[in-house]
Design a binder for this molecule. Structure first.
Ligand code: FMN
Length: 201
């Protein structure tokens, strides 16, 4: 299923194509494709080039590791994410390595890296669904995340599957149109509250 963004003005088709599906095929992700997701993440920009992101990844080839990540997901996510052949957790280092001062942009930058990963997945014909719905404490303990790092998000990755295999309410969500607030509500011209005129060249 494709759900191209209904954009107000044209954007790159890769950006328009990325979305957050829940219907995964059982087909495994090729190891070289999987590595390329992290290579894409690696090249994200970050404050002071700190690169605060880290990832824990598990595939169904290693059932114990996969189940450890799966068990961290909240029930609502676990129901559909268990079909994804790859689960990833992203984490962020919350202080700068050089001086141990708080890195106020750690989560921001981990998010940048994750978006790179999502877009690389999209470019490869994969689907990737980010999730905040997981037990952070359980992830810290079970995945042995050290102090100084915070779990940020989990992601289910795989190939697109049959939406008809999802429970009814999720089939409906799968078919719902993607929605965004209008540009006029989020971009201001020069000062807060002045809507940016939308000109087309
Ligand atoms: C940080 C983050 C956390 C999210 N958490 C969840 C989640 O726990 N469960 C879920 O089904 N979707 C989750 N999503 C997916 C969003 O619901 C989705 O990105 C949003 O509805 C926009 O849809 P789109 O990605 O298809 O454009 C999350 C997305 C992000 C970026």
């Amino acid at each position: 299923m494709k759900k191209l963004a209904a954009t107000q003005v044209p954007i790159h088709e890769l950006l328009a194509r990325r979305w957050s599906p829940r219907a995964f095929a059982e087909r495994p992700v090729e190891p070289d494709k999987l590595v390329s997701l992290f290579e894409a993440a690696r090249w994200a920009p970050s404050s002071s080039n700190e690169q605060p992101w880290r990832f824990v990844v598990a595939t169904k080839d290693d059932r114990a590791a996969y189940n450890r990540l799966l068990a961290c997901l909240l029930e609502g996510n676990r129901k559909w994410a268990l079909h994804a052949p790859v689960l990833i957790l992203s984490a962020a280092s919350t202080t700068f390595e050089e001086n141990a001062k708080p890195n106020l942009h750690a989560f921001h930058d981990a998010g940048m890296a994750l978006e790179n990963l999502l877009l690389q997945a999209t470019a490869l014909g994969l689907i990737a669904h980010p999730m905040a719905g997981f037990d952070h404490k359980q992830a810290r303990v079970d995945l042995q995340i050290p102090s100084g790092f915070e779990p940020v998000a989990m992601v289910a990755v795989g190939y697109p599957g049959e939406a008809t295999l999802l429970p009814d309410h999720l089939q409906q969500r799968e078919a719902n149109p993607r929605e965004r607030n209008p540009l006029t509500e989020l971009v201001y011209a020069g000062q807060w509250g002045i809507a940016l005129p939308l000109r087309r060249s």
